[in-house]
Design a protein around this ligand. Structure first.
Ligand code: AGP
Length: 608
């Protein structure tokens, strides 16, 4: 979703701001803009659409300055036009503001400001902040911002500049991430570490309630009462290469191919083969607390919710603890049964998804312990949970989640092993699963080696309008995930169902034009799935079957086959998901879709 960048230092700010905005393009946006102080006044340049259009505006009308802020906007209040793009100037042009989040009392503030004579030039909630800061300015930008924040309700990550106090950027955070990039004689502000990684690895993550004053030679963090807040400097330990495409046509393809390494990293130092268990240092749960868990709630959105469904099956099968999987957006608005013996597992690649964060806070309020399974180090969920397991999958830039999904399932398998071995799981069974996990990266590589076959298959279906994905048991969530991947990036309508559920409705859709993807490896429900394949064939549907060996039972039923290796049932959805990711990817490419930045989608959904 929206991205914020800021720079103050000895260099020309425009190229640095544009570079930072480009690095955040993956988050999803529909307009962009910058504001700089040129030595006399604030100058803004904005454009609807992609950053390349903003660059054209800047080429036609360049702006100099060594301090500036920039923004990519994902429209919430008002359409994605130039007039709604950030930065927004105050009425007298002395204040410029960029903002992520939503100001909930914007219409009340708008009314009050109108009475004072302010005219509004956009449909955004953000514009009220710039006018408020102008109105409240009395010699110090940070004081004006603090006074304005006292009047604001809602969520924000903001960056503010003023030509009346022109050597600083004032930033504030409540519910929308921000960090300071600490340089040598220069400093940065960003909502996403990838925006500044080319210039510094030293970062200060801001907490909710923080106000930061960023100048060329230093920075200060205070709270809304102007009381200094001590904040540590963290070091980002990933490389620029990890957020670049490295020869791949798209980030999504790169990330699909990174999966053997990504899950190897998720397991590194954690899997204990000889004991059939896992060591998870950060979970902050004692032996007694692990034994004392009565029930588990896993909460998440989207792809992370699909991995949670696999986690539910694993934990119930092996650890015998009741598990409920909840959409985070639903969990917070009902009255869930949570006790102090409930463990709430919070799944999120970004660690910033607004619904998931709110669900975690709600679970905490109700007395549950929370455990975050998060990829982005230092993200809000990772900092607020009671304990956590980082995925270590590396930065995921493609909007469609791939390696984070398989790493989540692996992290859940590790947690299941730990929990189950403390309860009833035998050491032999634990070892069998641990060994299967150990062998998984090489198996994924074998599936990836068959990518050209999947690419050929994609040509058959590039013009199709609908798809069904069916699987049972552990592979039902993989069917949901396969359908989501296709929808997201190719805009083909696709649905995932438990295979046997098809006859209760979706079977009405089957005809010779309907491709049905079956996930049918040789597992405990294979024979059942074969019956479902027969039902589709009997109605002339086209079958694409993902299976794991030569199966006489499948003879005459398969139009297109994708072969995957065999592993224990609980890890099969990982192997099955890889060709489904590839299928979605190649179909999208053949349809000319914008794979890494699909329309209307954002990488991290930071609004409710
Ligand atoms: C995945 O392909 C999606 N783009 C989306 O469903 C995503 O998984 C969801 O928004 C949750 O994100 P998170 O894992 O960062 O919380």
């Amino acid at each position: 979703m929206c991205g914020i960048i800021g720079y103050v230092g000895p260099k020309q700010a425009t190229p640095l701001l544009i570079e930072g905005l480009r690095r955040m393009e993956y988050r999803g946006y529909d307009s962009a803009g910058v504001a700089l102080y040129d030595g006399e006044a604030l100058e803004t340049r904005r454009a609807a659409g992609k950053i390349v259009r903003l660059e054209s505006v800047l080429a036609a009308d360049p702006v100099d300055g060594m301090i500036g802020i920039g923004h990519t906007r994902w429209a919430t209040h008002g359409p994605p036009t130039e007039r709604n793009a950030h930065p927004h100037l105050s009425a007298d042009g002395t204040v410029a503001v960029v903002h992520n989040g939503i100001i909930e009392n914007a219409s009340t503030l708008r009314g009050a400001l109108r009475e004072l004579g302010y005219e509004f030039r956009s449909d955004t909630d953000t514009e009220v902040i710039s006018h408020l800061v102008q109105e409240l300015y009395d010699g110090s930008l940070e004081e004006a911002v603090i006074h304005a924040l006292r009047k604001i309700e809602g969520t924000y990550g903001i960056a503010v500049m003023s030509s009346r106090d022109p050597d600083k950027i004032v930033a504030a955070r409540k519910g929308s991430p921000l960090l300071i990039g600490v340089g040598d004689g220069e400093n940065f502000l960003a909502s996403d570490a990838s925006a500044i990684l080319a210039h510094t690895r030293q970062v200060v993550y801001l907490d909710d309630g923080d106000v930061a004053v960023i100048e060329r030679d230093g920075y200060r963090v205070i709270d809304i009462n102007a009381i200094p807040q001590p904040r540590v400097v963290d070091r980002i330990d990933w490389d620029l290469a990890e957020i670049e495409r490295g020869g791949y046509a798209h980030f999504m393809l790169k990330e699909i191919f990174e999966q053997p390494q990504a899950i190897e990293n998720t397991m590194r130092g954690r899997l204990i083969l000889e004991d059939g268990t896992a060591k998870l240092g950060g979970i902050n749960l004692s032996h007694e607390q692990l034994l004392g868990i009565d029930n588990i709630i896993i909460t998440a959105c989207g792809t992370s919710w699909h991995s949670a469904l696999i986690g539910e099956l694993m934990i119930e099968e092996l650890a015998r603890i009741p598990v409920e999987v909840e959409y985070a957006s639903e969990f917070r608005y009902r009255n869930p049964i949570v006790t102090d013996r409930t463990l709430c597992i919070v799944m999120s690649q970004s660690g910033e998804t607004a619904d998931t964060l709110a669900a975690m806070r709600e679970a905490k309020r109700r007395g549950a312990r929370t455990l975050g399974l998060v990829n982005v180090v230092g993200s809000t969920i990772a900092r607020e949970d009671d304990g956590g397991v980082y995925l270590h999958a590396g930065p995921e830039i493609g909007v469609a989640s791939t390696k984070a999904f398989t790493s989540q399932v692996v992290a859940l398998a590790l947690f299941t092993l730990k929990l189950a071995r403390k309860r009833d799981l035998s050491v032999q069974r634990g070892r069998e699963i641990a060994q299967a996990l150990h062998e998984l990266p090489a198996m994924i590589q074998r599936v990836l080696d068959d990518a050209p076959k999947v690419e050929r298959l994609a040509t058959e279906f590039a013009q199709t309008s609908n798809f069904l994905y069916l699987g049972r048991g552990y592979n039902f969530p993989a069917a949901l995930e396969g359908a989501l991947k296709l929808k997201e990036i190719s805009y083909i309508h696709a649905e995932g169902y438990p295979a046997a559920e098809m006859k209760h409705g979706p079977i009405a859709l089957i005809d010779e034009k309907m491709p049905v993807v079956f996930i049918a490896p040789h597992d405990s429900v294979f024979d059942k799935v074969v019956s479902n394949i027969q039902e589709v064939k009997a109605r002339s549907g086209k079958t694409i079957v993902i299976t794991s060996r030569d199966e006489p039972a499948l003879e005459g039923l398969v139009d297109f086959e994708i072969r995957i290796p065999e592993t224990v049932d609980m890890l099969m959805p990982i192997l099955a998901s890889v060709p489904l990711q590839l299928l979605a990817y190649y179909i999208a490419v053949q349809r000319g879709a914008h794979v890494d930045q699909p329309r209307n989608l954002a990488k991290s959904v930071t609004v409710e």
